[in-house]
Design a protein around this ligand. Structure first.
Ligand code: AMP
Length: 288
């Protein structure tokens, strides 16, 4: 029995990656792109897997973007497991990994801005709790999109507000790139997979399952109760001593604006972020 030979290309320089991709583009190959900050888990891998299935060349970037961390301690503590990440990516047949340095991404310094107008979409939820986070996110995604120029970008529903903002960016850039929103991959107890989960202690890890449980209850209750009641019940369920709830919002799934009744929007999503032992955990569920 022969093990299939896998060749995964690793690029660290923008110039080299661009020249490789431009040749592939000339051969009419479609390019699928999955941007990540590494410490890869099955959630990330599901995005790359989908890219492998749906595009000719799948490229995954690993770059812990300093400009999207308002808390420099969080940036320092962010898990970095590059060797393991590369093994995982190679094992599923990823074609290309992009592992740039901060200087490659920001040759003109980190204060270059992004130029997008997100209106109210970036002001609440993560925008309200992480100062400058979405500016940093937009800055790096814009730069990565310019470098990779993919046909498809694969992003997780897990970061609901983020993927909605990237969609706005693609529209404002008049880009042909399509965003593919991928489902949230969860642990057996329902906790959304996250690179930050490893920082939870044993006790907090157990309790963290209550976040997705609350969202599942909310989805059931949304069929029979008012929005106000669903929100109140959810906040009650999250009222646990170890939890500090940053927000629990029920919003229009397209505009991200808060609504007061389920009838106010065609599609509705509940988004929450809870801090447990100093670890911020995001989750959401589409209610209808
Ligand atoms: P990050 O490395 O946290 O920046 O995430 C990179 C991409 O993986 C983003 O598009 C995330 O939404 C996505 N992602 C993170 N966790 C999950 C998950 N549990 N399920 C699906 N996608 C995820």
């Amino acid at each position: 029995l022969c093990k299939p030979l896998l060749f995964m290309l690793l690029f660290k320089k923008v110039k080299d990656l661009k020249s490789f991709l431009s040749k592939e583009r000339k051969n009419d190959k479609t390019i699928g792109f999955t941007p990540t900050m590494g410490a890869l888990h099955n959630g990330h891998m599901s995005l790359v897997q989908r890219s492998i299935e749906e595009t000719d060349i799948s490229i995954c970037s690993i770059f812990v973007n300093p400009t999207q961390f308002d808390d420099k301690k969080d940036l320092k503590k962010y898990p970095r497991t590059t060797g393991k990440d590369l093994d995982l990516l190679e094992s599923i047949g990823t074609h290309v990994v992009f592992l740039p340095s901060v200087e490659e991404i920001y040759p003109n310094g980190q204060n270059t801005g992004h130029g997008f107008d997100f209106g109210d979409m970036a002001k609440h939820m993560e925008g309200a709790h992480r100062n400058g986070h979405f500016d940093g996110m937009a800055q790096v995604v814009k730069r990565l999109l310019e470098i990779v120029a993919p046909n498809f970008i694969f992003m997780g529903q897990k970061d609901y507000q983020q993927q909605a903002l990237v969609n706005v960016m693609l529209q404002q850039m008049k880009s042909d790139c399509k965003l593919v929103r991928c489902d949230i991959i969860r642990e057996p107890d329902g906790l959304a997979m996250s690179s930050r989960n490893v920082r939870l202690n044993k006790e907090d890890r157990k309790t963290a399952g209550k976040i997705s449980e609350t969202l599942r209850f909310a989805k059931e209750e949304a069929k029979i109760l008012s929005l106000e009641k669903v929100k109140a019940n959810s906040l009650k369920r999250l009222d646990i001593p170890q939890f500090s709830v940053d927000y629990f919002e029920i919003i229009n799934a397209f505009t991200l604006q808060s609504i007061t009744e389920f009838g106010d929007a065609e599609s509705v999503v509940a988004c929450t972020t809870v801090q447990i032992g100093g670890v911020r955990l995001l989750d959401n569920m589409i209610l209808k």
